[in-house]
Design a protein around this ligand. Structure first.
Ligand SMILES: NC(=O)C1=CN([C@@H]2O[C@H](COP(=O)(O)OP(=O)(O)OC[C@H]3O[C@@H](n4cnc5c(N)ncnc54)[C@H](O)[C@@H]3O)[C@@H](O)[C@H]2O)C=CC1
Ligand SMILES: O=C(O)C1=N[C@H](C(=O)O)C[C@H](O)C1
Length: 253
């Protein structure tokens, strides 16, 4: 059987370098190109790339993705910064390339994906919810893509259950101490030396609190998800949002 030809964009970065190692170590995958910011995207087509793994920067990922889709290359995207508008733009490109698959995964950590699923499942039972994401201080964007997507999922679950807005009597907050709001859900971002990627979802109701927490202590934690995405994306044409769609989670639970 011939190996799947995989390239990594952002190959010199923290995640890109780890992804290169994971692809090289994975059976049935061949790393055919390492692309970073000074390299032409044509390197991807010249190398006969079938799947690109992108860990670059929110400011450049859309250009990389458009190139991939227009050239019939499947994409597994870990880069953050995907707003609903951006997702619609990608759907538009994919409409002209119906055989291409794009996976946008806010988080490749299996535990992180489960944490998001558990939080969405719990959301309808609690009056209050807040998200605290904690990352290394070299991270350029806030809130994290994971926190943003978690907030969207929680907001969807609350809306489906007809829950009102989370209670909050704050009227005086000149310094923004109450954090950001994503789809009405409070989100707080911590940047701290020593951390990698962590998130807590705090759910509160009268007399109780449920805390759902996930920690990535090392970037190797993301790699089984990246390799799974690479193996599955070609068989899933169109846009897939979230690794959970490739995890065969039991729909009854
Ligand atoms: N989905 C997930 O599970 C994870 C996602 N991330 C996300 O991945 C992204 C990258 O994170 P890090 O590796 O920590 O950042 P980083 O800054 O270490 O790496 C980014 C790399 O992209 C390169 N780059 C910049 N512009 C480029 C271009 N036009 N073409 C090719 N390469 C280019 C940079 O030179 C750098 O080597 C961030 O958006 C981060 O939030 C990070 C960890 C896990
Ligand atoms: O920049 C990071 O490190 C991470 N970025 C992703 C995000 O923004 O959610 C995933 C993970 O949290 C690590």
């Amino acid at each position: 059987m011939t190996a799947l030809r995989v390239a990594v964009t952002g190959a010199k970065g923290r995640m890109g370098a780890e992804a290169c190692r994971a692809v090289e170590a994975a059976e049935g995958l061949e790393l055919v190109a390492r692309v970073d910011q000074d390299d032409a995207l044509e390197t991807l087509t010249e190398a006969g790339t079938e799947v690109v793994v992108d860990f670059t920067h929110p400011g450049v990922v859309m250009g990389n993705l458009e190139f991939c889709v227009r050239n019939g290359i499947h994409a597994v995207v870990g880069t953050s910064g995907f707003t609903p508008d951006r997702l619609d733009t990608i759907r538009g490109w994919l409409a002209d390339a119906p055989s291409v698959g794009v996976l946008i995964a806010p988080n490749f950590g299996i535990g992180a994906v489960l944490m998001m699923q558990f939080a969405a499942k719990a959301a309808r039972y609690y009056e209050s919810v807040e998200i605290v994401e904690l990352h290394h201080p070299n991270k350029v964007d806030a809130p994290s893509g994971t926190a943003r997507r978690t907030a969207e999922m929680i907001a969807e679950a609350r809306s489906a259950a007809d829950l009102p807005a989370v209670p909050d009597a704050t009227t005086d907050d000149p310094d923004g101490a109450r954090g950001a709001r994503v789809d009405g859900i409070p989100v707080h971002a911590v940047r701290l030396r020593g951390l990698v990627a962590h998130q807590e979802v705090l759910l509160g109701d009268a007399g109780e609190m449920l805390t759902i927490r996930h920690d990535s202590f090392d970037r190797t934690s993301f790699m089984p998800g990246v390799v799974l995405g690479v193996r599955r994306v070609g068989g899933a044409p169109g846009l897939t949002l979230g690794l959970e769609h490739f995890l065969d989670l039991d729909p009854r639970t």
